[in-house]
Design a protein around this ligand. Structure first.
Ligand code: HEC
Ligand code: HEC
Ligand code: HEC
Length: 457
């Protein structure tokens, strides 16, 4: 009994000493506190994040002396590892202090500030000063809102939706219409494939939401690929191309399928002479590109055409201020979409395309599905960094009702099922059936029109 009391007293003293030791720690200095952005509001936000979040969200956190203890140390290091994996303010904000912060990073940060989940409770018990004060929360929120209004709000968005995570598509992009017209022809030109059987449109059919609506695409010679074909609609708003992000631009992307043995199985040396035999196309092409056909000019024209593929939808009218453009049930679905954090990843004008995220953040999708394929590697196949395994560029949800089957593995064509899977594997939620129905109803408001005609009809 006496021994137990002694142990308890020692523990109580330790429980006070550890946080007290942190009270006397010098103010942290790290890449965030040193970055000194020119914008004063941004500078204030960096100072707060540097003081209160850097221990786990930069690789520079100073470990307290008690991190040397066996169990405690493991917990602390585990937290830092998980925190850094979830969001790294050093490689993003601190590395580019005068660049706009990414939409996903802003969305996730706002969510954590609002929920009060950050910093985590065990850390707060040991770091009494680390809780965000109300004033600091307000400053961070002001910074996030200013950043969004300045860099991500679409011109013409209703004032009350300026800070919405999802933004309407712009009415139009400033594009060279002659290049767009050439790109349109080339996108539909089967001579880009080895045996003249496939055009880009074969796997990205504009009448099928810009996809082939097949689990995997079929290339030249009936070769079956190993990954689902994403839509080309609204690809102007994707930050990188392909599920694994291996092409930085639409121009770079368009070089891929022509040379891919599983897709068009050709190359420019083979393709260009075929195009040159077409006097009409060649004359039109040379009038715009005096330098003539080349990988650079052809891929540029195709990319321009793809940038013109905008599909404004009912939901855009809503965000532009037409409040009755969507029904109350659909609006409820949108609210749930935000509440469940879907909009943190499916963010912006395309509702996606801004970040790589793990499939299976909350539960192991791949263990449950079985049969691993090379495509499951995701971003890892480009970086060879173990932390990137199973990370994928977040797909756009525009026109999602008609871009089935879903996910990189095309495992289901049932939108309600994939919404359920997302809640389970990304958030660890068991989504109520009624909420699922609402979210699906909202997703249908994203089916747009192209060239004035409704898609999917
Ligand atoms: C003791 C370490 C620790 C501190 C300090 C800390 N975090 Fe975290 N943070 C974590 C961990 C662990 C995760 C990942 C697990 C999770 O999402 O709960 C995380 C996740 C996050 C995420 C990503 C959530 C997502 O949706 O993926 C954000 C954003 C975040 N933290 C912001 C902050 C901010 C802002 C602060 C400072 C006010 C802060 N954190 C302080 C450990 C920390
Ligand atoms: C045989 C079918 C097939 C053909 C032909 C094809 N694609 Fe694709 N496309 C795919 C598949 C499958 C992917 C996804 C591959 C990946 O991510 O690894 C893809 C990805 C893309 C993407 C990336 C979209 C995103 O969100 O990341 C674009 C853009 C694209 N293709 C445009 C084109 C263009 C332009 C052509 C013609 C030059 C073309 N495709 C020809 C099947 C095809
Ligand atoms: C942590 C980021 C993240 C969150 C949160 C998230 N998603 Fe996703 N979502 C992804 C990624 C990544 C994929 C693609 C995964 C793959 O195919 O491997 C995806 C795929 C999808 C798809 C399939 C799209 C297609 O064309 O294949 C739908 C639909 C979807 N998400 C809806 C939702 C909904 C609804 C929620 C909220 C319940 C949600 N997502 C939450 C990252 C996220």
């Amino acid at each position: 009994m006496k021994k137990l009391v002694q142990v308890l007293i020692v523990l109580a003293i330790l429980a006070l000493l550890l946080p007290l030791s942190n009270q006397f720690r010098a103010a942290p200095v790290n890449s965030l506190t040193r970055a000194k952005p020119a914008d004063p509001l941004r500078a204030k936000a960096y100072a707060i994040l540097g003081a209160k979040c850097a221990d786990c969200h930069t690789a520079e956190g100073a470990l307290p002396f008690y991190a040397a203890l066996p169990i405690v140390g493991k917990l602390i290091k585990g937290d830092i590892q998980d925190g850094l994996k979830a969001v790294n303010y050093q490689s993003t904000l601190a590395a580019a202090p005068d660049q706009p912060a990414g939409e996903v990073l802003l969305a996730k940060t706002e969510r954590e500030i609002t929920s009060g989940d950050m910093p985590p409770l065990p850390y707060l018990l040991l770091h009494w000063h680390a809780r965000l004060t109300a004033a600091e929360q307000a400053t961070l929120r002001d910074w996030i809102h200013a950043e969004r209004a300045k860099h991500y709000a679409t011109a013409g968005v209703a004032p009350q939706f300026q800070n919405e995570l999802v933004q309407p598509l712009p009415a139009k992009l400033d594009l060279d219409v002659r290049k767009v017209a050439l790109g349109n022809k080339l996108f539909h030109d089967k001579r880009l494939s080895k045996d003249n059987t496939l055009s880009c449109a074969s796997c990205h059919d504009l009448a099928k939401g810009g996809t082939d609506q097949a689990q995997y695409s079929t290339g030249v010679g009936q070769k079956l690929g190993g990954i689902n074909s994403p839509t080309v609609f609204n690809s102007a708003f994707q930050s990188v191309m392909f599920w694994d992000g291996r092409a930085p631009t639409l121009e770079a992307q368009a070089d891929g399928p022509v040379n891919n043995p599983d897709e068009m199985a050709s190359n420019w040396q083979e393709t260009i002479p075929k195009l040159q035999q077409d006097a009409e196309l060649t004359a039109a092409f040379n009038a715009v590109y005096p330098q003539g056909y080349s990988k650079e000019t052809i891929t540029e024209a195709i990319a321009m055409f793809e940038r013109s593929l905008l599909t404004p939808a009912r939901f855009d009218n809503y965000l532009r201020g037409q409040t009755d453009a969507i029904t109350a049930a659909e609006r409820r679905g949108y609210e749930l979409f935000k509440e469940h954090g879907c909009a943190c990843c499916h963010v912006g004008k395309a509702l996606g395309g801004q970040s790589y995220e793990p499939l299976g953040r909350a539960a192991n999708y791949f263990a449950d599905r079985g049969k691993p394929t090379p495509a499951d590697d995701g971003r890892f196949s480009v970086t060879k960094n173990e932390a990137d395994r199973h990370k994928f560029k977040v797909p756009t949800l525009r026109n999602v009702a008609i871009t089935f089957p879903y996910l990189h593995d095309g495992m289901t064509s049932d939108l309600a099922q994939v919404v359920k899977l997302m809640a389970k594997y990304q958030n660890g939620d068991d989504l109520a059936a009624a909420d699922n129905t609402s979210i699906v109803a909202f997703l249908h408001t994203l089916t747009g029109t192209y060239d004035g005609k409704p898609l999917g009809k």
